[in-house]
Ligand binder design. Structure first.
Ligand code: ZN
Length: 453
């Protein structure tokens, strides 16, 4: 960090939403020095005391913390927008298991940039990911870290392990290790142990994964109780729900992020709360795959941190976080037939500090507070969507789209400026992705689903 008296940048907003205390500052500013937030306060105070600072943002803009995307799969970036007739297990069979053995490190790299560009444009600054593939030809996932570093997006990355397909336990553990090494060498990305699903792996792999999650100190990212079939399957195998089974075998001994938690009963919810498990809620994916409705208000009442995820590009089928935040709120209103079931402010907190808590990254990101990483979004108040602000939370959660995201700062550097990513040539990434997508669709035999194959 440089000298905090000089060389700072003031990011001004007519509304600064902090996800901390005070929650909202009218005509405020955030001061950034180096990669950190130095101060948050009123524009008049900060601009008087730091008159030499560079200034960006403006009196009509809305400034927020960068959004924390708690769940996704960069492994699906090249197969979005196919197989809409499937529910989860059918879709896994038809699309995901078909492409898994053919994913290469280059596909991981380019796919990560393709999805990551869309994430950044919708205000995501932290992407929690589980890459799912069968690493039959050697490590694939270091390509994810390379892609994140190149576009300037913070990552919490994992590899979704499975040894009930073509990969052996040793192949899976080698992929974990390769990803961990790549993440350890990255400034912005950290490693976590992935567990795709209980049904995808042997008891031995599950216990070795739990051990690695504890010894690496980084925790676990796992899918839990997304669909009813999964609960029935595990009950038949082990006599208990997947969540109860994870508690019994020690999975929750390491910090755990559980994706979905749709089919959870009161006892499952108590177990999640008692073990400090964070939940990644993926409303768009849950609707596309007809999986069900996560009981978000019930979980939050138990103080389970619930973040929002866009999920993989193929089960969303976009990577637009603003859409996911809006639908997270609307889904509860429809399910409860009650306009008060969840508010824009609830959705905003889930998108920021609660997502950070779910990942246990809340000491570093998720709110605008001095000392935290300078991960910041500036919404453009000069455009039609945000022209008249009656309530800034409703404006951000319901009215905004990626077209309104002006600047995105990750660790004090602008990864999006004036609405466009700054570090890579988008046209080049798009062109490279076309060839790779065609190859993948052909290799995986997706001719019945894709006109590319
Ligand atoms: Zn998922």
């Amino acid at each position: 960090m440089g000298d905090r008296r000089s060389g700072g940048t003031l990011i001004r907003g007519g509304h600064v939403l902090t996800s901390a205390e005070p929650a909202e500052i009218t005509d405020g500013a955030v001061r950034v020095v180096g990669d950190r937030i130095d101060e948050v306060g009123s524009w008049s105070d900060l601009s008087t005391r730091f008159g030499d600072d560079a200034v960006t943002g403006g009196p009509h803009d809305i400034v927020t913390p960068g959004f924390v995307n708690t769940h996704g799969h960069f492994s699906e970036a090249l197969v979005a927008g196919i197989a809409e007739h499937c529910t989860l297990w059918e879709w896994l069979q038809e699309v995901i298991f078909a492409i898994n053995p053919f994913l290469t490190s280059e596909m991981a790299h380019v796919g990560t940039m393709l999805a990551g560009i869309q994430m950044l444009r919708s205000g995501i600054t932290t992407a929690s990911d589980m890459f799912v593939c069968a690493p039959v030809g050697g490590p694939v996932t270091p390509g994810v870290v390379r892609g994140l570093d190149e576009i300037g997006l913070r990552g919490d990355v994992s590899f979704g392990a499975g040894d009930r397909g073509p990969a052996s336990i040793e192949m899976v553990m080698a992929e974990h290790e390769a990803l961990r090494e790549a993440a350890d060498a990255s400034r912005l990305t950290r490693f976590r142990v992935g567990v795709a699903a209980l049904s995808a792996q042997s008891d031995e792999l599950l216990s070795r994964s739990a051990e690695l999650a504890v010894t690496s100190g980084r925790g676990t990212h796992i899918h839990l109780q997304e669909v009813r079939e999964e609960v029935t399957d595990t009950r038949n195998l082990y006599g208990v729900t997947p969540i109860a089974h994870c508690e019994q075998v020690g999975t929750f001994g390491a910090p755990t992020l559980a994706a979905h938690c749709v089919w959870v009963d009161a006892s499952d919810r108590e177990i999640l709360a008692a073990n400090g498990v964070g939940v990644a809620h993926n409303p768009v994916s849950n609707m596309i795959l007809a999986s069900g409705v996560c009981p978000v208000p019930d979980l939050r009442r138990l103080d389970v941190p619930v973040g929002i995820g866009v999920d993989g590009a193929a089960s969303n089928d976009g990577q637009n976080f603003l859409e996911a935040m809006k639908l997270a709120v609307l889904m509860q209103r429809l399910d409860h037939l009650q306009a008060t079931a969840l508010s824009a402010r609830d959705g905003f907190r889930m998108a920021t500090i609660e997502g950070a808590r779910a990942l246990r990254l809340d000491a570093e990101v998720g709110s605008l507070e001095p000392g935290k990483a300078a991960d910041i979004v500036v919404f453009d108040g000069g455009g039609p969507a945000l022209a008249n602000v009656h309530d800034p939370y409703q404006k951000v959660a319901y009215c905004s789209s990626p077209a309104d995201v002006k600047d995105v700062w990750v660790a004090g550097e602008r990864s999006v400026a004036g609405g466009e990513v700054t570090r890579v040539d988008v046209a080049e990434v798009v062109a490279r992705s076309r060839e790779l997508s065609r190859t993948l669709a052909a290799d995986a035999g997706l001719g019945h689903l894709s006109i590319l194959a």
